[in-house]
Design a protein around this ligand. Structure first.
Ligand SMILES: Cc1cc2nc3c(=O)[nH]c(=O)nc-3n(C[C@H](O)[C@H](O)[C@H](O)COP(=O)(O)O)c2cc1C
Length: 352
């Protein structure tokens, strides 16, 4: 496990007692932001720079950021994308979601993967090797861990200025309590505004992303200056929240209001000129489901209405046009029906 620094206890204890719609007490905010450590964490100064005079440190920080920027290749050059796109078929909004059989409906216990090629060997990679560029890890991970749901986060800063941005290092990680995780990547210069806002106020709304929203959602990922609202950039509409200050995205099928429970910053991994990488754990405080998109007791959202998109590698996204159902089984039902399970059952270690 990486020795990242956990500052969540401070955050959760501060936020636990906050009344509805309150933000961090101003002295708490100051005590964090006045330390040079905090400046480092938000990517402003390196350790060496903190030992210099303020103008020399600022110049060194700027030089580090410029150098880091020259090396930063996460936002891919799409070439003449309009020309490529023009040659592709139109998006079929009316395409129904078909339900098929499972891939191998006759699969039996112990069968593994029918047709899998085990002759192909795996290539071993050390993600930290000195000759391994970070961008290769990025491309490998986003293409290999796919599809990823897009968590569309609405936040405000301590002054109430609004922000809206997509994150696919995102997942629901439990339902009881309902918990979510979001990963903020390192980038040249300042930390991402969403992360800064989560740290300042401890609140957000997580909004789902449906197919018809993707262009608007993508527009909010532009590196807008701090304080510029991506609501204005995208034209998406705000709806009021109950337990947090940030607005909900009215176009989304599902909105989740949430509070920050824990933050882990990866200090040991921070590079000159780059902001710190961090993951944030969020606990839901309210759910909102668009009427007409779920069953009567709001326990199931209709996939035809949600039409989720998943982020894939490179610039690709996937939509769901086909599904299958695969029921989970119980040992007590299955063991009597399967020779291999019956054998495993008979040979199981006896509890002492
Ligand atoms: C679909 C999508 C998913 C993204 N996922 C992440 C992510 O998981 N983590 C991250 O740091 N940036 C991610 N980004 C990039 C951020 O959205 C982008 O840096 C944005 O400008 C951050 O905005 P902010 O500074 O207003 O918070 C993603 C962008 C897109 C379009």
């Amino acid at each position: 496990m990486s020795p990242g620094r956990t500052i969540g206890r401070l955050l959760s204890s501060q936020y636990a007692s906050l009344p509805r719609h309150s933000s961090l007490p101003s002295n708490s905010s100051r005590s964090l932001s006045s330390t040079s450590q905090y400046s480092s964490r938000i990517g402003l100064k390196s350790f060496t720079q903190r030992r210099m005079g303020s103008s020399a440190a600022a110049a060194a920080a700027e030089a580090d950021t410029v150098a880091a920027q020259a090396n930063y290749k996460i936002v891919q050059d799409a070439g003449n994308f309009d020309e490529v796109q023009a040659k592709r078929p139109d998006f079929d909004h009316s395409k129904p979601i078909e339900v098929t059989k499972t891939p191998n409906p006759n699969w039996e216990y112990g069968q593994g993967v029918p047709g899998a090629n085990l002759a192909q060997k795996h290539h071993e990679i050390d993600p930290y090797a000195s000759d391994r560029p970070m961008i290769n890890n990025y491309r490998l991970l986003v293409s290999g861990i796919a599809p990823r749901p897009v968590g569309f986060l609405s936040t405000v800063n301590s002054k109430g200025e609004k922000n809206l941005s997509p994150f696919s290092y995102f997942q629901v990680i439990d339902h009881d309590p309902p918990m979510f995780i979001v990963g903020f990547s390192s980038r040249p210069g300042r930390v991402k505004d969403t992360y800064r806002n989560l740290k300042e106020t401890g609140e957000c709304v997580i909004n789902t992303v449906s197919e018809n929203m993707i262009e608007a959602v993508n527009s909010t990922s532009i590196d807008a200056p701090y304080g510029v609202s991506e609501w204005d950039v995208s034209g998406l509409h705000e709806a009021p929240s109950s337990t947090v200050k940030a607005s909900r995205v009215a176009e989304s099928v599902f909105n989740i209001e949430g509070k920050v429970i824990d933050i882990k910053e990866f200090e040991d991994h921070q590079k000159p000129g780059m902001s710190i990488a961090a993951t944030v754990l969020i606990k839901a405080t309210r759910f909102w489901v668009k009427e007409g998109t779920a069953n009567e007791d709001y326990s199931h959202i209709d996939l035809e209405k949600l039409r989720p998109v998943g982020q894939l590698g490179g610039m690709s996204y996937g939509r769901i046009t086909s599904t299958f159902e695969q029921p989970r089984k119980k040992w007590s039902d299955e063991a009597p029906k399967s020779e291999i399970l019956a054998e495993l059952d008979a040979a199981k270690p006896v509890d002492k």
